[in-house]
Ligand binder design. Structure first.
Ligand code: UDP
Ligand code: MG
Length: 319
């Protein structure tokens, strides 16, 4: 009887100034990984990979210490702070060389690590990507919850296919990561790329906890720029909005023109007023519309420069 080879799991954890949480997170992750290995859910080659994102505190020296002491823990260190998404990508690309499946999660373990079991189960059912989705955000501040959920709604409204309330806690197979490697874009918004890749996917729900130590590394400024990055990296909808706005202005200026014309006919105007107002209205509309048209082309150029893969073959039948 052929024995099914156990899959090797890598848990990729980006860390930026996380000295306060690393020890506790290591204990929890160690326990989880050991349990999974013991229960023959994953191979004993499985590891946690910390990615030091150019931290200014002792994060990297702590990671090195953990690596020396614990067999299950490895790490890489970036030359400087490149931001969460880049750190995550660096981790995913490094881990895929050793792993069959990779799970990404934050260092503060706000995302329940017990969801790993169900993620692996879903993977074993044939899913190549398993998205971790926050079932409630009760523990997040009202501000964080409202801003985050509004963002998901806006970006969805603009036509970007993302999973509601899913951050970067997800399982991906090696196959998916190899596909991800073909996306060369520098403006990274990973949670938008995975739905583009496709394959069979599934969702696992969990409750998001509070950060047990340290502060959020996503202050409002970073949050807003991340949201803007998400929108501008995935949709040219704002450019289309300019064009539509131009059309609306042009439409109303024509109505206004009719009004001005009537006033002109009834002799109710100062000389020259009718011509000037009409021209201003009409040309404003036309100008905005023209900017929109240029925007359309600019948007196309932008999409082309990303040179994203145009397809991904999942299966091929041969004789
Ligand atoms: N992070 C990173 N580089 C950065 C900022 C954040 O690698 O420049 C990591 C951070 O260490 C954490 C994850 O990204 O593991 C998410 O950050 P955080 O938990 O502070 O965000 P929040 O949960 O408050 O949204
Ligand atoms: Mg957090």
């Amino acid at each position: 009887m052929a024995i099914k080879k156990l899959e090797t799991l890598f848990v990729v954890v980006p860390c930026y100034n996380e000295e306060e949480v690393l020890e506790e997170s290591t204990n929890r992750l160690k326990e989880k990984l050991e349990e999974l290995i013991k229960n023959k859910k994953i191979s004993s080659d499985s590891r946690v990979m910390y990615v030091n994102d150019g931290s200014k505190d002792s994060t990297w020296s702590i990671i090195k210490k953990i690596n020396k002491k614990e067999k299950l823990f490895t790490g890489i260190s970036l030359s400087r702070n490149r931001g969460h998404q880049n750190a995550l990508l660096a981790g995913l690309m490094t881990a895929k060389e050793y792993a069959d499946i990779v799970i990404s999660m934050d260092a503060d373990l706000q995302d329940d690590i017990n969801a790993i079991d169900s993620m692996i189960e879903e993977y074993n059912k044939g899913n190549e990507i398993v998205y971790g989705v926050r079932s409630t955000r009760k523990k997040d501040s009202i501000f964080k919850r409202v801003t985050a959920e509004t963002f998901y709604k806006i970006i969805k409204f603009m036509g970007v296919d993302i999973v509601f309330n899913h951050a970067d806690y997800r399982l991906t197979s090696k196959k998916v990561l190899e596909e991800l490697e073909k996306y060369n874009e520098v403006n990274l918004f990973l949670r938008g790329i995975f739905p583009l890749i496709g394959y069979k996917t599934s969702i696992v729900y969990y409750e998001r906890a509070e950060r047990f130590a340290g502060e959020s590394k996503y202050p409002l400024k970073k949050m807003l720029s991340f949201a803007w990055e998400g929108i501008t990296s995935f949709t040219t909808a704002p450019l289309k909005m300019i064009m539509n706005f131009g059309l609306i202005v042009a439409f109303f200026s024509i109505i206004y023109l009719i009004y001005v014309f009537i006033r002109y006919l009834t002799g109710n105007t100062v000389t020259g007023w009718a011509t000037i107002t009409s021209l201003i209205c009409l040309f404003s509309g036309i100008q905005i519309f023209c900017i929109g048209v240029i925007g359309e082309y600019l948007g196309k150029v932008y999409i082309e420069t990303k040179s994203r893969p145009r397809y991904c073959i999942e299966e091929e039948l041969k004789h």
